[in-house]
Ligand binder design. Structure first.
Ligand SMILES: Nc1nc2c([nH]c(=O)n2[C@H]2C[C@H](O)[C@@H](COP(=O)(O)OP(=O)(O)OP(=O)(O)O)O2)c(=O)[nH]1
Length: 131
């Protein structure tokens, strides 16, 4: 069996403990739904490097992956999602690519956005403080 393609995503928190959510602008079947920012790991790239690259490209920030949230979650066939808690090193996130809105969610606001179905279990585990 071929290995799944790994999609890495960031649980990025601000100093107030709010989690960053990003609204996808494409493709049409995912547009308007919210996700943790990130993207596919490229061949030969480590997941952490991929995450740093994606956060630079998509949000214009420098961030450090600090801890993986245990587990992985199935996406479309052949793809799995893995999440890292990340610290923001510099920059203010902007929706530069793939997203049309960003929102910082406090602990009481986590479920106020329409997360992609496949992100719901990942976000649950992320905010339950397992990382
Ligand atoms: N980044 C990200 N992608 C997710 C999440 N949940 C989810 O189903 N996906 C899907 C959407 C896409 O089909 C795929 C990741 O693709 P992407 O478009 O973000 O990745 P990328 O930047 O490497 O894409 P590309 O334009 O280079 O093809 O995984 C999530 O929480 N974060």
């Amino acid at each position: 069996m071929t290995e799944p393609i790994v999609v890495v995503a960031a649980a990025l928190y601000d100093t107030g403990g709010r989690l960053l959510a990003a609204r996808r602008s494409a493709p049409p079947e995912l547009a308007g739904r919210w996700e943790l920012p990130g993207g596919k790991v490229e061949p030969g790239e480590s997941p952490e490097r991929a995450l740093v690259r994606e956060l630079r490209e998509e949000l214009g920030v420098d961030a450090d992956p600090v801890a993986r949230v245990p587990g992985e979650w199935p996406l479309k066939p052949g793809y799995v999602l893995r999440v890292w808690r990340c610290d923001l090193r510099s920059g203010d996130p902007l929706p530069l690519q793939d997203h049309d809105e960003l929102r910082w969610l406090g602990p009481d606001e986590i479920w106020s956005v329409d997360w992609l179905d496949q992100d719901v279990p990942a976000v649950k585990d992320t905010v339950s403080g397992t990382a």
